[in-house]
Structures are given as C-alpha cells and as structure tokens.
Ligand binder design. Structure first.
Ligand SMILES: NC(=O)c1ccc[n+]([C@@H]2O[C@H](COP(=O)([O-])OP(=O)(O)OC[C@H]3O[C@@H](n4cnc5c(N)ncnc54)[C@H](O)[C@@H]3O)[C@@H](O)[C@H]2O)c1
Ligand SMILES: [Zn+2]
Length: 349
C-alpha cells in the first residue's frame, strides 16, 4: 500500500501519517503549508515521508505520487471565523482543491480507495431537539430576543419546555449555516460521479489531541480552553457555560481512517465523534485535572447570534467500525497534556 495524504502536515494529517509509517506504509504528502496555519514548517515533519509542498489547486503530481493506491484527503482551510473573513479564499481553496484532486485521482492507475475528511459543520441547521415535557421536536434556532434575556436553551415550540439535543446521525440532512460548512459540503459533492474508486467520507465533530494549535486565530473552543488553563488564565465562557459539545480524540480519527482504508465494504459515511455530550464547564474540569491545576471558568455572559446551543453526534457507526468505544475526554486530555512534547501549547504553529 502507498498512501497519498493531502494536508498531511496539519494537526490531524500528521497523526495519520505517523500511524501509516508505524505500519511501514509508504506515504506521499501534499500540503501547501498554508501561512494561515503554519508560521514555520512544523517540527514533527518526518524524514521517511515524501512531502510535496504545493497547493492542491496547482499541484502537478510526479510519477511517485501517481503510484499511490489510496488517498486520505484532509487538505482544507479551516475555521469558521477565517471562512467568514476570507470567503473567497476558503470557499475557493477547499472546493477547487478537491475538484483538482478528483482529476488527479482519475490518473492514478492503482487507486483502490479514497477516504475523505469532512466536518459536522455540514449538518449546520440539521440538528433536532426533543421536548422533555411533551416530546415535540424542533430545530435549534433561537431568537435574538431570547438570547438577550439570558435564556439560552432551545425551548419547545409547543409548550416552551426544556428540550434535549438528539445525537445527529449520518442520515441527517446537510444544511450548513456558514461558509466553512458550505466549503466542506462542496468538498463532499466534488466526488459525485467519481467511479474510479470508492469514496468513504468521515465527518468529524471537534477534534483534540497532541499538536492541536491553541494560540492561533482559528483555535477551536477546546483549543482555547486548553491554552487558557495551561497559561493559568480563567477560561471565558459565553452564554451560561452549559453549552454541550462533542469532542473526539485524534486517536479515534486515525483509527477510523485506517479502518476505512482497508475495508472492502461499499462506500461508508461515518460520523467521527465521541457521542458524549460534554458541557464547556465539564471540559474545563477535565483539562484542569489533566494539567493538575484548579480552574474556575468565568461566565462572561455574551452570546453570538447564530451560534449553536449544543452539538452532539451519534458515534455508533464509528464504534462498529473501530470495534471499541471512543476515547473518553478525561483519558484523552491526559494523553494530550501528559508529556511536554505532546503539549499543544509547546508545538509551533
Ligand atoms: N480539527 C478539527 O476539529 C476538525 C473538525 C472537522 C473537520 N476537520 C477537517 O479535518 C481536516 C484536517 O483538519 P486539521 O485540524 O488537521 O487542520 P490543519 O489546518 O491542521 O491541517 C490542514 C492542512 O491542509 C493544508 N492545506 C490547506 N489547504 C490546502 C490546499 N489547498 N492544498 C494543499 N494543502 C492545503 C494546510 O497547510 C494544513 O497543513 C480538514 O479537512 C478539516 O476541515 C477538522
Ligand atoms: Zn413541549
């Protein structure tokens, strides 16, 4: 097996590359070392990997890259706020880069499998909530007037009761709410009509683990919480801090990708998530415990119109594939923060 990993110099890609090399698989990486992500080539780049530093949009693969038997496609410009600020760049790079990859893939005579990385952001407005009192279901929209009153829960449309988020399954409709999610859905759609090899799609919730960048402008909420607590600062939480999120450890992502590489089953769509609802408060506790610190988050009370109250995935497809439960947040944080070399804040962006 010889695998082409696009975006293989990034956070998740680097772990997948390490896992492939640990199995003695030959690896070709194409990565643009996008300056919005990397100030310098990351220190974790390996000597035993063929890195081709190029933007997918203009990449001209050499004969060695065209010999690959599988592709794991991770290259994408990330971040909701970056996508809002750089619409053309993010929509363009993600969609066009993938479109170019589909053409390159067609020229790969030995290609057997493509594993494509997408995101929960494609679900957007697809989340459903069920009323605890009357059982009615609704979407997750909240009026600004409600948020301004400090009432942050999604209320039942029939009885105003409290609702619970339903874990989102792969069957949920895609309805991205902003350009990053739109670009990830466009990436998925680029493979329509591609018949040269099966396309397996992974949709990640929010991923954490060693090498997570905690201090760049696009840091996810979990990365920011880690960064603040590690620096001894009080985490600043919007709303009431009881927002639920679904964080998945990078080990689960790696194991899912490697299983999909080897499966002989028809194309799969897999949510890669923990399936465990965790509040921002609880995440702060898990991080503080892993760091051996005390922390008391500060609820700053603000809100952003359009933010989702909760996010939660259904991990059953992933669990069946990898044959084990996802890594727990406590365990995952200990693995992430245990060694100085693994400390996210100590890695160069
Ligand atoms: N990290 C998460 O929580 C998360 C959540 C959902 C989905 N994802 C998806 O997972 C994938 C990997 O994410 P990550 O967190 O490792 O991001 P990352 O920014 O660390 O890595 C992405 C890599 O892709 C490269 N890249 C970007 N555009 C490129 C292009 N046009 N051509 C070549 N290289 C390009 C960047 O230089 C970077 O090294 C992405 O597709 C992302 O959308 C990530
Ligand atoms: Zn109700």
């Amino acid at each position: 097996m010889k695998v082409l990993v696009t975006g293989g110099a990034g956070f998740i890609g680097s772990h997948i590359v390490d896992a492939l090399r640990a199995r003695h698989v030959d690896v070709v990486v194409v990565d643009s070392l996008d300056p919005g992500v990397h100030r310098f080539p990351p220190a974790y780049l390996r000597k035993d990997v063929d890195y081709q530093f190029a933007d997918l949009r203009w990449w001209r693969p050499d004969a060695s890259a065209l010999e690959c038997t599988a592709i794991i496609h991770l290259a994408a410009l990330g971040g909701v706020s970056r996508a809002a600020a750089e619409r053309e760049n993010v929509l363009g790079a993600n969609a066009w880069g993938t479109a170019r990859l589909t053409e390159i893939a067609q020229q790969m005579p030995r290609l057997r499998t493509v594993v494509h990385a997408s995101s929960f952001s494609v679900y957007g407005a697809g989340y459903r909530y069920r009323c605890v009192s009357c059982g009615a279901e609704r979407d997750g929209t909240r009026a600004e007037s409600q948020l301004a009153r400090g009432d942050f829960e999604v209320r039942c449309a029939a009885c105003s009761g409290v609702t619970r988020i339903l874990p989102i399954t792969e069957a949920a409709p895609c309805d991205p709410l902003e350009p990053y999610g739109a670009s990830k859905l466009m990436q998925e759609l680029c493979w329509r009509g591609f018949t040269h090899a099966p396309i397996h799609t992974m949709r990640f919730s929010s991923v954490y683990g060693p090498r997570l960048r905690t201090h760049d402008g696009e840091a996810t909420i979990i990365a920011k919480l880690i960064g603040w607590i590690d620096l001894g600062r009080r985490p600043q939480l919007f709303e009431d801090g009881q927002q639920l999120r679904d964080w998945v450890h990078v080990t689960d992502v790696v194991d899912t990708a490697l299983q999909l590489l080897e499966t002989s089953e028809p194309p799969r769509l897999v949510n890669v998530c923990s399936g465990v609802p965790t509040s921002l408060f609880a995440a702060c506790e898990a991080i503080a415990e892993a760091l051996g610190r005390d922390t008391v988050p500060e609820v700053v009370g603000g809100y952003r119109v359009g933010d989702m109250r909760h996010c939660l995935g259904d991990a059953s497809t992933m669990m069946a594939l990898i044959g084990r439960p996802p890594v727990s947040l406590g365990d995952g944080m200990r693995r992430t923060l245990a060694s100085a070399s693994g400390r996210p804040t100590l890695t160069t962006a």
